[in-house]
Design a protein around this ligand. Structure first.
Ligand code: ADP
Length: 450
């Protein structure tokens, strides 16, 4: 059936708040900048929704790093133990994935770290590394107050972890104590690394201009190299310090509320961490599908889609996966394939319905890419000004499935970034196994400096 003008207008009215103008994005950029400044200021840090955590990583790789390292990767999709061989012309990685049972994730901290140690020992046996003491880098992708390269106090768990007795504790200390319990005397933990830092370091090995790390996967976060003199939360003003922004939490103090639509509020309210990680909830893979689902429900309600008929399936949270956006937005995709996805959700979609669903997906993913660009524009402009440069040339190391797999996200991000930060020349470089390689490189740089 042909859509009436009224229906089309309804659709436009519902989507209008998701279409951010250049002025909107400039406001987001200015807010991000303001929150960065506050986060770096000793007196005002608590007011900021950005934690701006010092990482104690002061140098990116210079390409001369060599050696064999152990690495742990906890906090991504899988828990892994790795051995990383950094040689002159390549970085060789052998890794093993270990399961952390839910009962262990949510049990006691002691049991969790015992389990981690058992995995390390199993790996060392299999790789015949028992008699070597290799420096170990620990990619631990949870917010930590870092007190040194090898001292990181867990601020709060995320991503389904809740092991007791860990918040407020140094994760390296907990690992060392578990090693003692297991009578494993040859563990040499030299660094705790956030996954954004790992990503920056992994790309930095190949490109010395890489001084920013970006993740757009399940969640989103960024780190960058700041001038030490601008880090008011720390003493010392020589050189640089990598700052883990924890930018997923941008807006948790309400500063982004104007940009939250009714759909975003529904997604937030129904999440396990309502009111938290608000920037992340507009951008990352964990949420985009769910935002689309909320819009589709509203469009059915308004009789714009599927002749006003919803399905039982569409009532389920997270049933509309973020990877569907990637498929639906694939250039040249036959609309019958969109109909296929919708029919799996028991929705009877006409050709026109499919066109509109694609438009919804495009609107949601474009907004995510543009918000990410506004945030990144604040970061590169801050770096440029901190360094007193007229122009900045910098590379961003990126990881995360949404960034890598979505057909338009990276282009939309880069185009808008160029418009918002015209004095910065920014290149994006995808990282391969940043959390593994990066942890080893942080360890390598630390050992080089020592
Ligand atoms: P993590 O950030 O935990 O390391 P990933 O980078 O693999 O994990 O990202 C996982 C997220 O990517 C999930 O939220 C998922 O919805 C999303 N995702 C998976 N496949 C695709 C895809 N083809 N296009 C866009 N997003 C995807």
């Amino acid at each position: 059936a042909l859509r009436t003008v009224a229906q089309r207008n309804n659709m436009e009215r519902l989507l209008a708040p998701l279409r951010l103008s250049r002025t909107d994005l400039q406001r987001v950029q200015a807010l991000m900048r303001q929150e960065m400044e506050r986060g770096l200021d000793r007196e005002r840090n608590a007011e900021s929704s950005l934690r701006m955590l010092p990482t104690y990583v002061c140098h990116t790789p210079d390409g001369t790093e060599r050696g064999k390292f152990l690495a742990l990767d906890l906090g991504g999709t899988n828990f892994r133990v790795l051995v990383v061989h950094v040689a002159e012309d390549n970085i060789d990685i052998t890794n093993e994935i270990y399961v952390i049972p839910t009962a262990v994730m949510q049990g006691t901290g002691e049991a969790l770290f015992n389990h981690i140690m058992e995995c390390i020992m199993d790996f060392q046996m299999k790789q015949e590394l028992m008699d070597q003491v290799l420096p170990l880098g620990f990619t631990f992708s949870f917010p930590c107050q870092q007190l040194g390269l090898d001292k990181a106090v867990l601020l709060n768990w995320t991503k389904g972890f809740s092991a007791s007795g860990c918040v407020g504790q140094d994760v390296v200390q907990m690992l060392r104590e578990a090693a003692q319990r297991k009578q494993h005397t040859a563990l040499k933990v030299v660094a705790v690394v956030n996954d954004t830092v790992g990503t920056m370091m992994a790309c930095g090995y190949h490109d010395p201009k890489c001084e920013i790390g970006l993740i757009v996967g399940t969640g989103t976060n960024t780190c960058y190299m700041e001038e030490r003199a601008k880090v008011g939360t720390m003493d010392g003003d020589e050189g640089r310090m990598c700052i883990n922004m924890e930018w997923g939490a941008f807006g948790d103090n309400g500063c982004l509320d104007d940009f939250f639509t009714s759909f975003d509020r529904l997604v937030d309210e129904k999440s396990i961490n309502a009111g938290k990680q608000k920037f992340e909830k507009l951008i990352s893979g964990m949420y985009l599908g769910e935002i689309v689902r909320q819009i589709l429900l509203a469009l059915v309600e308004e009789q714009v889609l599927f002749c006003g008929k919803s399905s039982h399936k569409l009532q389920n949270r997270d049933i509309f996966q973020t990877k569907f956006l990637s498929t639906i937005e694939t250039p040249g995709l036959a609309l019958v394939q969109v109909q296929g996805i919708l029919s799996n959700l028991e929705l009877d979609a006409s050709y026109e319905d499919s066109v509109l669903v694609r438009e919804v997906c495009q609107t949601v993913s474009l907004r995510a890419a543009h918000l990410c660009a506004a945030g990144m524009a604040a970061v590169v402009e801050k770096m440029r000004e901190s360094r007193g440069l007229e122009q900045l040339t910098v590379t961003v190391g990126v990881d995360g499935t949404l960034y890598k797999m979505h057909p338009h996200f990276s282009r939309n991000l880069q185009q808008m970034l160029q418009e918002l930060a015209p004095l910065c020349n920014v290149t994006f470089l995808q990282s391969e196994d940043g959390s593994g390689k990066g942890a080893a490189l942080v360890a390598a740089v630390a050992c080089r400096g020592a």
